[in-house]
Design a protein around this ligand. Structure first.
Ligand code: GLC
Length: 438
């Protein structure tokens, strides 16, 4: 992996920010489309948009305290309204009521807090019918459309210093050839050599892999190549601000983060600030809780590589960093000891990061017993135990292989190695003892 990308895998947690004039309506970022609004009524609303409380320094401080290491702001969503001072159109926050380049303020504020800076850009523009028609229908109009996109991306990458991440969206129903995706990507790399580009620029005809560097599974957590990031809402459905939204709990946010880290990927967790530019109270509460957890337990999340070394589904997630194995408990044992099977490496020390207390170790071949655990769950979020091993942690065969799935002959082998007594007590017709059972 390119050295310049290490911040991405190291950081693991990014903040997605969906913000635009749609936030004033409070029914998500796609309200124009989903509710079949009149373009004119929407545009009037967008041009009058003048948020009173947009202060990205507050957003950035909140993000940093919550443990986010980078952010990604919607510079333009499918409604086509631009949040920066573009020379390509007057349909922007800079040329309408707000008279402000929101992107400039965002980039400066997040950079000042030491966060990496990402920009989201929608290729699709709902205002322009030509985007949805085959380009050969009016090649000149299409070429103008394509140039408009390239010019906007160029502006975003030349006006604000270093940009770390570019998140495209909304290519459908166009192809990468239609938008000259290859040329676009080449321009991006020339302008910002270390940038990471997501995988939504389409797959060139005849190829199997999409352009770009990072997979972006949306609303689900799936390994999609070497570098991937799941984007998820902190609510239940919409990305843009929704007034009557239901929120996921911080434990659910953390669950997603733990799963991504265990599977070797990132989490881009979303917030939709309201029309005035305020982060919703429920988000601020959750971010506070997440931050308290991250300050103590962040080392279990940060860093390249995944985990899930042994079968740990009964408890939660595992991650590996160097010689350490982290056990992230979604479910706390509730007993003073626990048994962890299948770890082969010698464990030198174990401690409960949550309270700082050392745990006792009793290691036998193929199983580790940890003692001195508090019966009460030591945090309402996820407690973490850190195991320091003599080497990079390794699991034995049954820890590595998941038994459900694949060749059932493996299960037969597994069952056989469980030992003689099971065999005799079971339903085997060759067992004489078994025959006496009932
Ligand atoms: C989608 C949606 C959009 C959202 C995005 C986030 O494709 O169209 O509203 O911004 O994904 O990944």
């Amino acid at each position: 992996m390119a050295e310049g990308w290490r911040w991405f895998t190291e950081g693991r947690l990014g903040l997605f920010i969906h913000w635009g004039p749609y936030a004033c309506i409070g029914r998500g970022e796609q309200v124009l489309f989903r509710e079949h609004m009149e373009q004119k009524a929407y545009a009037d609303m967008a041009c009058a948009w003048n948020p009173r409380f947009y202060d990205p320094r507050l957003w950035a401080a909140t993000a940093r305290d919550a443990g986010f290491r980078y952010a990604c702001l919607t510079t333009r969503h499918h409604d086509g309204f631009c949040l920066w001072d573009t020379a390509t159109t007057d349909y922007s926050s800079a040329r309408q009521a707000a008279q402000r380049d929101f992107v400039a303020d965002y980039v400066a504020a997040f950079r000042a807090e030491g966060l990496r800076v990402g920009l989201y850009y929608s290729l699709m523009d709902w205002r322009i019918p030509a985007y949805f028609e085959p380009p050969d229908r009016d090649p000149a109009a299409w070429a103008a459309m394509r140039d408009y996109i390239h010019a906007q991306v160029r502006e975003l990458l030349t006006r604000y210093g270093r940009i770390d991440y570019l998140f495209f969206d909304g290519l459908w129903p166009r192809t990468t050839e239609d938008i000259a995706g290859r040329e676009l990507l080449q321009m991006i790399r020339e302008l910002q050599p270390d940038i990471i580009v997501n995988d939504r620029l389409g797959t060139p005809a005849g190829e199997t892999l999409p352009l770009g560097d990072v997979g972006t599974p949306e609303h689900h957590i799936t390994v999609t190549g070497k570098l991937w990031e799941s984007c998820q809402v902190t609510t239940w459905r919409l990305w843009g601000y929704a007034a009557g939204e239901r929120w996921r709990s911080p434990a659910q946010w953390l669950d997603m983060l733990g799963q991504c880290a265990a599977m070797g990927g990132n989490l881009l967790l979303n917030v939709g600030p309201d029309g005035e530019g305020r982060l919703p109270a429920a988000f601020l509460d959750g971010a506070g809780e997440l931050g308290r957890w991250m300050r103590l337990h962040g080392e279990a999340i940060r860093g390249e590589g995944g985990g899930n070394l042994t079968e740990f589904t009964t408890w939660g997630w595992q991650t590996v960093r160097g010689n350490r194995l982290y056990l992230i408990f979604r479910f706390w044992p509730g007993t003073t000891s626990m048994r962890l099977p299948d770890l082969e490496s010698t464990v030198l020390a174990a401690d409960l990061i949550t309270t700082g207390q050392p745990l006792s170790i009793d290691q036998q071949p193929g199983e580790l017993h940890l003692g001195n655990l508090p019966i009460e769950r030591p945090t309402s979020l996820f407690p973490v135990i850190r195991l320091t091993c003599a080497e990079s942690p390794r699991a034995g065969q049954w820890g590595r292989e998941r038994l459900w799935g694949g060749d059932p002959a493996r299960v037969a082998e597994w069952a056989r190695t469980r030992g003689e007594s099971v065999w005799r007590d079971g339903a085997s017709t060759t067992s004489t003892e078994g025959a006496h059972h009932d």
